[in-house]
Design a protein around this ligand. Structure first.
Ligand SMILES: C[S@@+](CC[C@H](N)C(=O)[O-])C[C@H]1O[C@@H](n2cnc3c(N)ncnc32)[C@H](O)[C@@H]1O
Length: 573
């Protein structure tokens, strides 16, 4: 890319970053470094004889100008990583770094039809828009995404209640909504133009050509005469940068400047129409702000394949370069020759065998890969029902092993399926299973996605909810409901005791009060992590329950102590 064009695009995005100050009042609380803009830094470096200005470094501290908004991030560029955000000061774990409204919000191109005004899934009684027939919630929803200009445009399509037609519409809307925005707000055009589209790489690899062709045809039917280059750029910008949000995908030019890392230091939530980006760990000044573009619980190869085909780059983070995936062994498969050993993937593509570090057994890569494909197909077939998911999880554990990512994915789905029901109706044995499964997966999360990650937040929450429900049944004297395999008090106490041991990671059985305290600590952590998550009310509810239980327990203890004292006094007379 020509140097002048690169600089202009960087300056556009930097200006956009500054424009976010109005929606981020927290930035005002910190002093700004005068002249610490991309262009300012570039000029200073040029002044020092660096005419290329290729690598921008953070500038030395300058006099603070209190009152002016100071983003905790700045935009840098390097030949290896392209443009990326870095922390412009130390950022504390859990700190909200920025929030950003979407520039464009559209349905997902390959998803089921949704309401075009609010992106909610369509119910059976959906109605067509009076003006153009586009799908809308019924009764008419108050979403604002399907405006008059879009309605006018769509009227030409003669939309019917036809699923095939609506699926194609989803693909067309990314481009039409963006083009309509550019007509209404030309300055948005500079931002979209400045965003990375990977157009050349996409053209060479043939990625998305069919989709781009369909979009061009759709635009023709709408009477929009757009240049092919513009359409390619818009499709590329979305595929490279868009965030998946409730029911749709959003273009967020600032958040999109976070490069990928498989163990990212930020987490984001779409909350009340804004993307909220928080620090998952403490981020020292100068460190790049990163986001994970893939699910954390996919193995190395699955993540690499997705990044190569859709984001068109190869990640070189520590996890990607480590066949043992930071000790999680998420891609290793069960060794059939020895007890507990695993076959580890080769560290280079040139090697053709997987080897067991325990017994030295080696198996041809082709055979292992066929087994992993079979496992993935088996996992895809199991949906929803906890009994079915449990059966599949057991089969997968035997086939590829307990720790393999396909099994781990099935375990996560099993936790979700069990905890989706009304807690009071979940059998005790299933609750016990959730406590154990969450414990397993938390070990993996601590290795791969530590800190205030959504994964840890959800696992902590479900583990505490299941354990607290078992405790509730036990305190209510409902022993048969504590575990389906026991209907007597002694066994039920064993169950509660083992939960206690899991939580305290201790051989010694803690008192019920210290178990409640441990559960409260975990619930508080999940509440903090899930501040912007729809699961927050669950975290608050379980925390209230534990607080009440703790208060009751303390009161009972005090009563007992008082009684002992009283008895002692009486005895001494
Ligand atoms: C959402 S954009 C990130 C911002 C982008 N660097 C820019 O200049 O606009 C995604 C693109 O950035 C690049 N990228 C992101 N993370 C990367 C990484 N870890 N290593 C190399 N390139 C990366 C890839 O080209 C990818 O398609």
């Amino acid at each position: 890319m020509a140097e002048a064009q690169r600089r202009r695009r960087l300056a556009t995005l930097e200006e956009y970053l500054s424009s976010m100050a109005a929606g981020n009042p927290a930035w005002r609380q910190k002093a700004v470094q005068k002249n610490d803009t991309f262009i300012g830094r570039l000029e200073r470096e040029d002044g020092r004889g660096r005419s290329e200005g290729v690598q921008c470094r953070p500038s030395p501290p300058q006099a603070p100008d209190s009152g002016a908004p100071a983003p905790p991030v700045q935009l840098l560029w390097s030949p290896e990583e392209g443009r990326h955000l870095v922390a412009s000061r130390d950022i504390a774990a859990g700190e909200e770094i920025f929030r950003e409204p979407p520039l464009v919000l559209t349905p997902r191109p390959y998803a089921e039809p949704v309401c075009l005004a609010c992106l909610a899934p369509l119910k059976a009684d959906w109605s067509g828009c009076g003006g153009c027939g586009a799908p809308l919630c019924s009764p008419p929803c108050d979403g604002e995404l399907h405006g008059a200009a879009e309605c006018c445009l769509m009227a030409g399509l003669g939309l019917q209640q036809d699923r095939g037609q609506l699926l194609l519409l989803n693909q067309l809307l990314t481009t039409t909504r963006t083009l309509l925005l550019l007509q209404e707000a030309p300055q948005a055009g500079h931002i979209v133009e400045a965003m990375q589209s990977n157009t050349e790489k996409r053209r060479r690899s043939g990625v998305a050509q069919a989709m781009e062709k369909r979009v061009m045809e759709g635009l023709k039917r709408l009477g929009m005469k757009e240049e092919e280059g513009v359409v390619r750029h818009i499709c590329g910008v979305f595929d490279t940068n868009a965030f998946v949000v409730d029911g749709g995908r959003a273009l967020l030019p600032l958040a999109a400047l976070m490069n990928h890392h498989c163990g990212a230091n930020t987490q984001h939530w779409f909350h009340r129409g804004m993307l909220v980006v928080r620090a998952a760990r403490s981020i020292p000044k100068g460190e790049a702000l990163t986001n994970t573009y893939t699910p954390v619980l996919w193995g190395n190869r699955a993540r690499a394949a997705y990044l190569a085909s859709s984001k068109l780059f190869t990640c070189r983070c520590e996890r990607c370069l480590d066949p043992r995936e930071l000790g999680s062994h998420l891609s290793s498969v069960r060794c059939r020759q020895c007890q507990g050993g695993v076959l580890t993937p080769p560290s280079s593509p040139a090697e053709t065998v997987w080897r067991c570090e325990g017994c030295g057994e080696s198996v041809a890569a082709a055979a292992v890969e066929a087994m992993v494909r079979a496992a993935a197909t088996m996992a895809k077939g199991a949906v929803g029902d906890p009994a079915e998911l449990l059966a599949v999880t057991c089969q997968l554990s035997r086939l590829v092993g307990e720790r393999h990512y396909v099994t781990v994915g099935a375990k996560y789905a099993l936790i979700e399926a069990i905890m989706a029901g009304r807690l009071q109706d979940v059998p005790g044995a299933d609750l016990r299973r959730v406590v154990d499964l969450c414990g397993d997966l938390l070990h993996i999360a601590d290795l791969l996605d530590p800190g205030l990650s959504r994964l840890r937040g959800v696992l902590l929450l479900e583990q505490v909810r299941a354990a607290a429900e078992l405790l509730r049944r036990q305190t209510a004297g409902d022993f048969s409901a504590v575990s389906s395999v026991t209907d007597n008090e002694e066994d039920a106490t064993i169950t509660a005791t083992s939960i206690a041991c899991d939580f305290t990671c201790d051989e010694k059985v803690p008192s019920q009060l210290s178990l409640i305290q441990k559960l409260k600590t975990a619930a508080t952590e999940s509440e903090n992590i899930l501040q912007y998550d729809p699961r927050l009310p669950h975290a608050q509810e379980v925390l209230r329950f534990l607080q009440d239980l703790q208060a009751e327990g303390k009161a009972e203890n005090e009563e007992e102590e008082a009684k002992v004292k009283e008895d002692g006094k009486e005895g001494s007379h």
